[in-house]
Design a protein around this ligand. Structure first.
Ligand code: GLN
Length: 486
């Protein structure tokens, strides 16, 4: 096994026993990045020197026997999480040269563990998209088939983990942006409960939906990253003062007798690819063989979720993105003669077309006379969707469904068709509307060899149950062990 292929837990064991140094590991990962980046296109900013310096410090800590599970582990960070002194672009021209003066809370936490941050990874501009094709800088390719999208918006994170260009990554999920790329790239991704992880220093897209979470090679690594980033933060008023358990402690727990709800609206969904349905059905069978009891449940308002999300998210985005006006930071058009012209030119040149579409949609939906009809109605639908979950969780402990209706599609296939792109979020965005945790774990491959993910969702703060179920599933399957050949 090559060093860059190691999981976090395996590498941590070797580092802890001093059978490996972080400098050796980090060097191997950096060499891997340089060898495959031309084909994968995962990174926006690479920090070779900084990473090696962090590895040297980590080795010192380890040699004193003081390391933790992430000390010396090379990680990649989605480029909308602020890193002090390191460019944070959100894959947008408007922030192309933005260097944050502070670290996001999750970065502070990772640095405190001694993790090595190799670089910032690609995404859809401001996290708006499902394919990473909306990046202003580059296309990221799916390591399993370079002609296909890696998913999005955390496509750089998922591709980098799948291609062994880091041992783990952080992404963000507003409507599926961790789970869907994890599913398309054959890796594990978790969107935590809203409020579980601090959003301080996460560049805001839709503040009531955004959540940072891990993308990793397996469930144990996902749990280790959750341990490091979770917790209350006085700098994020929506973070919740709920104690953080050791998530690895759940993995070996019993799953016999666990009740899994199969939401019938998801499984009967019209756009569901038969190969995805088949892989998910087989996974359900595997879980039943492990002692999970499956029951039929209904989430009756599912058909309204996409419409509600695509009003609420653009409304919040239009408000959040108002700050990019060329005055304080980021790109400014210098050709303008008047202030109004400067605003207009800055925003027209600085934002890509999908971001502009969302700003226009959101501004319209929030405007006087339309607010009640759009934002107001969408918020009411959101409440109904939350109630659907509350009722479902009276009958079951977790929900099992597909992550995305199809495996990864070809680059360019849906770029002219925003509606098809939006519809591909049908299984993931309800969890954001309800604030509940969800994760994707590899559960099969299509006949073309493309990964397929299984989605597990649960009540607020039930991450432990999701990780436990995913871990048991991994123990009897080997989908997560398969590697893309590059
Ligand atoms: N694909 C969804 C969107 O475009 C979700 C994105 C996300 O979760 N950041 O809004």
């Amino acid at each position: 096994m090559k060093l860059y292929e190691l999981t976090i837990s395996h590498a941590a064991a070797l580092l802890g026993r001093q059978e490996l140094t972080s400098q050796e590991l980090t060097l191997a990962v950096l060499e891997r990045i340089h060898a495959v980046e031309d084909r994968v296109g995962a990174f926006i900013t690479l920090n070779d020197e900084l990473a090696m310096a962090q590895a040297e410090i980590a080795d010192k800590t380890l040699s004193e026997g003081k390391g933790t599970a992430l000390t010396g582990i090379p990680l990649a960070i989605k480029d909308l999480i602020c890193t002090q002194g390191v460019r944070t672009t959100c894959a947008s021209r408007i922030l192309e040269n933005f260097i944050p003066p502070y670290d996001a809370t999750v970065i502070k936490k990772l640095k405190a563990t001694g993790a090595v941050l190799v670089g910032k990874v690609n995404m859809d501009e401001f996290a708006m998209g499902s394919s990473t094709e909306n990046s202003a800088f580059k296309i990221t390719h799916n390591p399993w088939d370079l002609s296909r999208i890696p998913g999005g918006s955390s496509g750089g994170s998922a591709a980098a983990v799948a291609a062994d260009m880091c041992l783990g990554s952080l992404g963000s999920d507003t409507g599926g942006s961790i789970r869907q790329p994890a599913s398309h790239c054959g890796v594990v991704g978790m969107k935590p409960t809203y409020g579980r992880v601090s959003r301080f220093g996460l560049v805001a897209f839709a503040s009531s939906l955004d959540q940072i979470g891990p993308i990793a090679k397996d469930t144990r690594d996902c749990a280790l990253l959750m341990n490091a980033i979770s917790g209350y933060d006085p700098q994020d008023s929506t973070s919740v003062p709920e104690p953080v358990p050791d998530y690895t402690g759940f993995l070996n727990g019993d799953i016999k007798g666990l009740v899994a709800g199969i939401p019938r609206e998801y499984h009967a969904s019209k756009g569901l690819d038969p190969e995805v349905a088949q892989a998910v059905n087989r996974a359900i069978q595997t879980l039943q063989d492990l002692g999970v009891r499956c029951v039929d449940v209904s989430l009756p308002h599912t058909e309204y979720a996409v419409a509600a999300y695509y009003v609420i998210a653009p409304c919040e985005a239009s408000s959040n993105l108002a700050r990019y006006d060329g005055v304080k930071y980021g790109f400014r058009d210098k050709t303008a003669g008047t202030l109004m012209e400067m605003y207009r030119n800055t925003r027209s040149k600085g934002f890509g077309s999908e971001v502009q579409r969302r700003i226009i949609l959101g501004t319209y939906s929030l405007s006087a006379g339309y607010y009640d009809a759009y934002y107001g109605k969408a918020s009411q639908v959101r409440t109904l969707i939350m109630d659907d979950f509350t009722k479902a969780f009276q009958q079951c402990d977790i929900l099992i469904s597909p992550v995305a209706p199809t495996p990864a599609f070809a680059i360019g296939d849906n770029t002219d068709d925003p509606l098809t792109m939006y519809l591909s979020d049908v299984f993931t965005l309800s969890a954001n509307l309800a604030g509940i945790p969800g994760m994707s774990v590899p559960c099969g491959f299509s006949t073309k060899g493309l990964p397929i993910g299984l989605q597990l969702m649960g009540p607020h703060f039930s991450e432990g149950n999701l990780l436990k179920t995913a871990y048991h599933f991994e123990q009897t399957t080997d989908f997560h062990k398969k590697k893309a050949i590059l």
